[in-house]
Design a protein around this ligand. Structure first.
Ligand code: FMN
Length: 348
């Protein structure tokens, strides 16, 4: 069914499609008959998939990565698509229109995307008002915080942003790894990251994560992660998109690549991070996860949770159910009663 819908959707500009999907998830999905149908169609419930991470209860370990619901308008619709959690944002303190269009490109053969969105979003205050209407929510809500492009004091900008959401999220991610805000990735240095988490810990005891890029030397990446943890971070999300354009045949010269082209790179970086930090920090894996097997391998590699984005575009709304169903089969085949038993078995 989705292959037919995809044939139509993929004829249009990705951002136009996104607006149509957003309209449906925002306004149509929550209608009673539709939400019942969506839950029956897309949600997969099994106790074996339930997991507690950082004191938060997840019905399943598969979350929607940041960037899809930048404005927190689709929380209910996305939950009805079966996600165990949704990462909202990246949200900046003040609204931004993002980079000039076109800024998102599909690579159908490679099942990959390249985006240079640049944190287009409604800004923290408007988004906080939206979240306040739902919060506390039945699934954990993770708030991904970005930096305003024109902010000269990055620390202050993140701090003001965090303060807006202090009472409105279950966990926070500091995104310092988007390739689409000039110099943002330079913040992946030990000193800044330490200051960032020390600052954040002054405001909240909730789980805090750093999201890192897959493109830096692994030693430097590990040092940045170490610094984040010593500053008070609870864990690491690895990875964001890559700027390694050699991974696509005819890449654009802007933005970051996600999807299958990112899979190996992201998995390798995650593995290195896990070797160093598994057992000391909560690890979340993002990058090129399209199926239960890949999700399971990341979990066994040390991920407490996994996140997907591009797979939703290429595989459609039942992707989460399929991943969860396959995860449950793989768990059972390995004799695990619950997903938590599988976390990190390949690392220990
Ligand atoms: C169009 C698009 C926009 C994104 N925007 C954000 C963002 O605002 N903040 C962020 O932390 N990651 C963002 N990402 C990265 C995703 O959260 C994810 O880490 C990345 O796409 C790798 O996962 P995937 O291969 O499953 O897509 C974006 C990705 C895409 C494709």
């Amino acid at each position: 069914m989705y292959s037919i819908i995809k044939n139509v959707l993929f004829r249009f500009d990705p951002e136009l499609d996104h607006r149509v999907v957003e309209f449906c998830l925002r306004h149509i999905a929550p209608l009673p008959i539709v939400s019942d149908w969506m839950a029956s169609q897309f949600c997969y419930l099994d106790e074996a998939l339930g997991v507690e991470v950082e004191g938060l209860k997840f019905a399943n370990p598969v979350g929607l990565a940041a960037g899809f619901d930048k404005n927190a308008t689709m929380i209910e619709g996305l939950s009805l698509m079966g996600f165990g959690f949704v990462e909202l944002g990246s949200i900046t303190l003040t609204p931004q229109s993002g980079n000039p269009k076109p800024r998102i490109f599909r690579f159908v053969q490679e099942e990959s995307l390249q985006n240079a969105m640049g944190f287009n979003n409604d800004g923290s205050r408007m988004i906080a008002q939206r979240i306040a209407k739902l919060y506390p929510y039945r699934n954990p809500l993770v708030i991904n915080l970005g930096k305003n492009k024109d902010a000269t004091d990055a620390l202050k900008n993140y701090e003001e942003n965090l303060k807006v959401f202090k009472e409105l999220g279950d966990a926070y991610v500091f995104n310092i790894s988007s390739p689409n805000t000039p110099n943002l990735r330079d913040l992946q240095n030990e000193q800044f990251v330490k200051e960032l988490f020390v600052m954040a810990r002054e405001h909240t005891q909730k789980p805090l994560f750093v999201k890192i890029c897959p493109d830096n030397a692994i030693d430097a990446t590990l040092r940045v992660c170490e610094s984040a943890l010593s500053g008070g971070a609870s864990g690491i999300i690895a990875t964001n998109t890559t700027t390694d354009y050699s991974l696509l045949q005819n890449p654009k010269e802007i933005g970051g690549i996600s999807g299958k082209a990112l899979r190996n790179k992201s998995r390798e970086v995650f593995y290195e991070i896990s070797k160093e930090f598994f057992g000391k920090a909560t690890l979340i894996s993002s990058g090129g996860i399209f199926d239960g097997e890949e999700a399971y391998s990341r979990i066994k590699m040390g991920a407490s949770l996994v996140e997907i984005y591009s797979a939703l575009i290429f595989e459609g709304p039942s992707v989460c159910k399929r991943v969860n169903k396959d995860l449950q089969i793989l768990l059972r085949a390995d004799g695990f009663k619950n997903i938590s038993e599988a976390i990190g078995v390949d690392i220990k």
